[in-house]
Design a protein around this ligand. Structure first.
Ligand code: ACM
Length: 275
C-alpha cells in the first residue's frame, strides 16, 4: 500500500453502551461518527466490546452476543469506513471454534485488514473468554503501519513494545478501562516506544448479577510519541475526539544525536524476559 506522508485525521469514539443491545448501540455510534459536518477521517477507533456492554453473566450470555468476523458488526464498520474513508477499529466478542474471544477488527472499505483476540484477559473476563493465541498484529494501512492491542494489554509493557518493534507508528487501543491509572500510564507507554497511542474507552456503570458495580472511566485519549496529550475526553460522558497527527513523527527513536533507544536495546541481557 502507498503511504500518505502527511498529516492524518484520527477520530476516537467514547460511547456509553446499553448492555445487551448491540443494534441500538451501533446506531448511537453511527450518529456520533457521522453527525459531524465533515465526517471524513483516516482512522476511527471505537472501544472494546463497544456494542454489547461488558459485565457478562455467563459464557452462554457471551456466546449469545458473539458474532463471526463477517457478522453485523463487521458490516457496520465497513459502512462507517465507506462513508468516512477511514480505517475503522472496534472491539467485539468474536465466535471462535472453542468459544468466544474478546476481539477486535480492523476494517477498511469492504476488507477485513486483520483481527485480534485479546491475549491478556482482565479479571472476570477470564471466566467468559478464550485467551488469544496469536501475536499482537501490525497491519499496513494507507497511513502506515497500525498496531492493535486491547485494554488490559497496556499493563504488559511487552505488548506495546512488540508492536513498536514490528514497525507500528500508531497503535489503536480499544478499551473498557475501570482502573484509574490507565490514562496516565499510557503516556509513558507512548514515550518509551515513541509511538502515537489512540485509546477509545467508554463511560457509564454496569451492575449485573448481584456483582460489584463497574464504573468505566472514560478519558479516551490520543497521546503523541513525546508524551503530549493531543486530546483527552471527559470521564463521565460520551464524546468524539478528532485530531490531526503526523505518523512519521514516530519513525525516529532518537532522543539525542548519539542515543537511539531502539538501537541501544540489549535484549541478550534481558534474560529474565525469556522465562
Ligand atoms: C479491561 O481490560 N477491560 C480492563
Amino acid at each position: 500500500m502507498q503511504h500518505q506522508r502527511k498529516k492524518i485525521t484520527i477520530a476516537v469514539v467514547q460511547n456509553q453502551p446499553e448492555f445487551g443491545h448491540p443494534e441500538k448501540n451501533r446506531e448511537s455510534v453511527a450518529r456520533q461518527v457521522l453527525g459531524r459536518p465533515d465526517p471524513s477521517a483516516n482512522l476511527i477507533v471505537l472501544p472494546e466490546l463497544f456494542a454489547t456492554g461488558y459485565q457478562f453473566d455467563s459464557p452462554a450470555e457471551v456466546a449469545d452476543l458473539a458474532e463471526p468476523e463477517d457478522g453485523p458488526t463487521f458490516r457496520f464498520l465497513s459502512e462507517i469506513s465507506s462513508k468516512t474513508g477511514a480505517v475503522v477499529v472496534a472491539g467485539l466478542p468474536i465466535k471462535r471454534d472453542r468459544g468466544t474471544a474478546n476481539g477486535a477488527l480492523v476494517v477498511y472499505g469492504k476488507k477485513l485488514l486483520t483481527s485480534y483476540d485479546k491475549i491478556h484477559l482482565f479479571d472476570e473476563e477470564r471466566d467468559f473468554f478464550l485467551e488469544g493465541t496469536r501475536p499482537l498484529p501490525v497491519v499496513e494501512t494507507p497511513f502506515g503501519p497500525l498496531g492493535l492491542m486491547i485494554c488490559f494489554d497496556w499493563l504488559f509493557p511487552e505488548a506495546l513494545r512488540s508492536l513498536a518493534l514490528s514497525g507500528a507508528l500508531v497503535v489503536a487501543h480499544p478499551s473498557n478501562w475501570v482502573l484509574p491509572f490507565g490514562p496516565q500510564g499510557m503516556i509513558l507507554r507512548s514515550v518509551e516506544n515513541r509511538v502515537f497511542t489512540v485509546t477509545a474507552n467508554r463511560t457509564g456503570r454496569e451492575e449485573r448479577g448481584g456483582r460489584a458495580p463497574l464504573t468505566f472511566i472514560g478519558q479516551s485519549q490520543i497521546i503523541g510519541p513525546r508524551g503530549d496529550i493531543i486530546a483527552r475526553a471527559p470521564s463521565d460522558s460520551p464524546a468524539l475526539l478528532v485530531a490531526e497527527v503526523e505518523p512519521e513523527e514516530a519513525l525516529s527513536k532518537k532522543v539525542s544525536s548519539r542515543s537511539d533507544f531502539f538501537e541501544q536495546r540489549r535484549p541478550g541481557l534481558y534474560t529474565s524476559l525469556l522465562d
